[in-house]
Ligand binder design. Sequence first.
Ligand code: HEM
Ligand code: HEM
Length: 243
Amino acid sequence: MSDIELDRSNHGGSRVRVWDMPVRVFHWALVLSFGAAYLLGDSERWRQIHVMFGYTVLGLITFRILWGFIGTHYARFTSFAYGPQAALRYVGSLFSRSPEHHIGHNPAGSWAVYAILTLGIATGVTGYLTLNEIGGDAFEEAHEVLANAWLVVVFVHVAGVIASSFAHRENLAKAMVTGYKRRSSASGSDSVSSDSPGRPIVGAMIATAVIVFWVASLLTGGAAINNGTAQTTMAEDADHDDD
Ligand code: HEM
Ligand code: HEM
């Protein structure tokens, strides 16, 4: 299966498949897991579910880093390795008549992606250290600060997606669902390797792994995610909720 699938049926121009299935499954599973982990972070009652989503985040990002080396063209880090100047130039161009167009990640967006992956790992690891009472209060404090920093970057990311969508008159969030973006004549700078596979099977495997992990965690009352220090079941936890 080719990385580039032109589809002239629905558009005046042509469309190109940019986000492979693994990237799309990763993205929306990360949105859900980050959102749930963040919202449940404060609550003692929901701690095990919080940890479950936190581990899911760590698993997803680990996969994404691997996929950044072996995935399809636009998923690979080499396709969006931009310096700070390129990012600033791109942001500046959004205010011009002809904003720079990139089929894959734009230079500013790529910085947001790297920040999101780094903060996700750091938040997950400090959460693990906090749960296991390693390193005292410092990691607990760091976990909270990192989670909030991550939230700020996510807001910037979503604002960037909205701004770029308007600038290019293309719904980029939809592209993260369908995988397709419009091919623009202005995007000639993006070159694509000849034949990188789409691998929907890998996307299906990620989705299955996440669901199996969640079901196992829920059925065992969080035992699958406990480190041995949390002795209570979720049902017992509900009795002494202190959120
Ligand atoms: C509902 C809100 C969101 C929307 C509409 C959205 C949309 C998008 C879009 C359109 C892209 C592709 C950007 C591009 O065209 O270059 C993208 C990439 C990305 N987004 Fe989001 N996003 C949302 C929330 C989030 C959240 C909450 C996170 C993390 C916690 C996140 C993490 C990422 C990452 C890591 C990528 C890079 C994808 C990859 O290459 O694997 N997004 N997002
Ligand atoms: C990666 C996604 C994660 C996010 C976004 C996140 C976010 C948060 C937030 C916002 C809090 C509340 C901080 C406060 O107000 O005190 C919190 C607390 C906590 N998180 Fe996470 N967390 C994540 C992952 C994890 C993981 C993987 C673990 C454990 C393995 C974990 C363990 C904890 C613990 C034990 C607390 C309570 C700390 C305390 O006693 O104040 N978190 N988390």
